[in-house]
Ligand binder design. Structure first.
Ligand code: 2M8
Length: 451
């Protein structure tokens, strides 16, 4: 599918208007009503979008996020910045991160978990787009931010991987793909003492409950937060005692790509020899860790439930971790590309667009309208597009971009999309969706210039 130049121009204006509309001054709401605060990986994608409008504003987005970095190096999944006129549940009281000596001091308020480290990819894009006359100023800011990003990666490579396996351990479904069926078994194993009374607010923005996690999910999400708080968000204690620990292959693949991006920026950032060596070490270890989780029979990578000692073998987008990590292994690449276009994924006859669904329609747990259990997420399509492009599969990458823009042409900038009808679901005016749209649109110019 190719989108006309006229549609592209309109989309660019609309996408820029979404970012400006959600701009809260130095940071951007993830969505106007559903997500009124600053979210971590949203912010990284958002910075990529801002980079096309104003590189200085783009780097400010990351600076604001990293201002809330924990002493451990962790970048929290939400920085609560909106006032009481923008309600969100669960808010800072539920997390009460003051129990941890590593949490940032008041008035900063955050959650106590994290999300995939897309930030280095954002920094890389910002630098690529910085006009010559702005280079000295942006370079100085990049140099200040860079060690903090290295520190963030160090946290993931050490505290979140005490086994030095190359795979990041996640503590909570909210560390990326909330109600993905990848977590079902691990959540079923947990006996939940009733979490304190609570009232969900997500129904205000998305009234159709079939598009959101269930109350069963929320009971478990919130109970897990209570446990993390009980352990004072201390990684060592969590690792010893807490019931939900998953080696997440998607999260780990993003870290691989992010380590490669930091190495690419090492000269610009004036990185020390030691930092370069560490980054290269984490990169190799990440690649090896993912290779160890690849199943040649299915062509997919499998997550691992640390507590149960069991593989999580499901057909979801996360199984394409080797592609997201841009694997150098030709056998894995070929197997993954075949699978990507098979009837279990993008080659399914009923799909509106040839785009990767969050869960395969062939999975019994597949639900086409429900959040991370089936819909297509533009940000995931963007990560796949970038990987395919960098791996040299430019035709397949172009098709992902074209289909994604076709899907986005309704101008709603949905959070996610129904794979069979192509209709928008979840929030509208979702910032990260607008951001990746801007990046896709600008890539037509890059192709035109370089080609
Ligand atoms: C979703 O998660 C939040 C909780 O963090 C929610 O449902 O309230 C997820 O899609 C997450 O990955 C995303 O960062 C966030 C904001 O877009 O929304």
């Amino acid at each position: 599918m190719s989108v006309s130049a006229g549609t592209r121009a309109t989309l660019r204006e609309q996408a820029a208007a979404v970012l400006h509309g959600n701009d809260a001054g130095g940071w951007t709401r993830a969505a106007p009503v559903l997500y009124p605060h600053q979210w971590s990986w949203d912010s990284a994608f958002i910075a990529i979008g801002w980079a096309h409008l104003d590189v200085s504003r783009a780097i400010t987005e990351l600076e604001q996020l990293f201002a809330a970095q924990w002493a451990t190096g962790m970048v929290p999944h939400v920085v609560f910045r909106a006032g009481p006129e923008h309600p969100y549940f669960p808010g800072p009281e539920w997390w009460d991160t003051s129990v941890s000596p590593a949490a940032p001091a008041a008035p900063l308020r955050t959650t106590g978990i994290c999300q995939p480290p897309v930030h280095a990819l954002a920094l890389q894009r910002i630098w690529q787009l910085t006009p010559r006359e702005q280079r000295p100023a942006i370079r100085a800011r990049l140099q200040a931010l860079y060690p903090r990003v290295v520190n963030w990666h160090r946290y993931l490579a050490t505290q979140r991987d005490p086994e030095a396996s190359g795979l990041v351990t996640t503590y909570h479904p909210w560390e990326g793909t909330d109600n993905s069926p990848r977590w079902d078994r691990a959540l079923e194993r947990i006996t939940v003492a009733r979490p304190g009374p609570y009232t969900r607010l997500d129904g205000n923005a998305v009234p159709d409950p079939s598009q959101r996690p269930t109350n069963w999910d929320y009971d478990r999400f919130l109970w897990l937060v209570e446990q993390l708080r009980k352990y004072r968000y201390d990684d060592a204690r969590i690792y010893r005692e807490y019931p939900f620990l998953i080696k997440d292959v998607f999260f780990s693949a993003v870290l691989v790509a992010a380590n490669a991006a930091l190495l690419d920026l090492a000269d610009v950032a004036g990185a020390s020899g030691e930092a370069r060596e560490q980054l290269a070490g984490w990169l190799d270890r990440g690649r090896a860790g993912l290779a160890g989780r690849f199943d040649p029979r299915t062509g997919l990578c499998a997550d691992y439930d640390v507590r149960a000692g069991a593989d999580i073998r499901l057909k979801t987008f996360a199984g394409f971790a080797p592609l997201f990590a841009r694997t150098a292994d030709p056998g894995q690449r070929a197997a993954q590309l075949r699978l990507l276009d098979s009837a279990d994924f993008c080659g399914h006859q009923g799909l509106r667009w040839r785009l990767l669904p969050s869960t395969s329609p062939a999975e019994p747990s597949f639900e086409p309208r429900n959040y991370w259990r089936g819909p297509v997420w533009p940000v995931i399509s963007w990560l796949l597009w970038q990987s395919l492009d960098l791996l040299g599969y430019s035709d397949r990458a172009d098709a992902v971009r074209g289909d994604s823009l076709g899907q986005l042409a309704d101008g709603e900038f949905g959070e996610y999309y129904e794979p069979f009808t192509g209709k928008q679901l979840g929030s509208t005016r979702q910032s990260w969706t607008a951001a990746v749209t801007l990046d896709w649109l600008a890539s037509y110019q890059r192709t035109a210039v370089s080609g």
